[in-house]
Unconditional design. Structure first.
Length: 191
């Protein structure tokens, strides 16, 4: 029985990773390694498939609904005019590296339209004029460029039907798993 239960638990965990790939465009490897298995034994014929603590915190709103998890952050970082990594996220420590650069302003700025936007802004760099010529050549850019906006947390746009998907997997595969486990047990039984 424990052989079949452990096979099913590994299958459910693999199926949940597939569900992550379907829900998120490009999940990070850290997110894909979210699930752990507590294996069944002869004494305890039940297995547990669950998300690890850190991943469970930010995946919980996708399973149960609600706002995105912010952790220790005060607000969401919404990239606007900055390059993202291959997973569609801000590179690690990007905000810290921007703080140390010249021409970067962090905080609320009032736009010409009267709207106040909090974020990371970049001051324009003055273009160099060619020597010896007056009034010709590139003109300096005006206005700040928004790199990262600070926003309030929002409700998650998609859902992870963890339990429904796990039940469907078990319904499809449990009979075959128990048959295979029984055959393995009988073939290795002492006579």
């Amino acid at each position: 029985m424990s052989l079949a239960i452990n096979t099913l638990a590994r299958g459910v965990a693999a199926d949940q990773v597939d569900l992550l790939d379907e829900t998120f465009k490009t999940p990070t490897p850290f997110t894909e390694r979210a699930y752990r298995i507590e294996a069944a034994t002869k004494a305890k014929p039940s297995a547990l498939v669950a998300a690890k603590d850190i991943q469970a915190q930010y995946l919980a709103p996708y399973v149960f609904g609600g706002n995105r998890f912010l952790g220790r952050k005060r607000g969401m970082l919404a990239p606007r005019g900055i390059a993202l990594n291959q997973y569609g996220n801000l590179p690690r420590n990007k905000l810290a590296s921007l703080k140390s650069k010249r021409g970067i302003v962090i905080g609320p700025i009032k736009t010409k339209a009267g709207k106040t936007i909090s974020g990371v802004w970049q001051r324009p760099v003055a273009a160099k004029k060619p020597r010896g010529k007056r009034g010709t050549g590139p003109q300096p850019r005006t206005g700040l460029k928004l790199l990262i906006a600070f926003e309030d947390t929002k409700a998650v746009p998609k859902r992870l039907p963890f339990e429904k998907r796990a039940r469907a997997y078990l319904a499809r595969h449990s009979a075959a798993a128990f048959t295979d486990a029984l055959q393995r047990a009988l073939s290795t039984a002492r006579r």
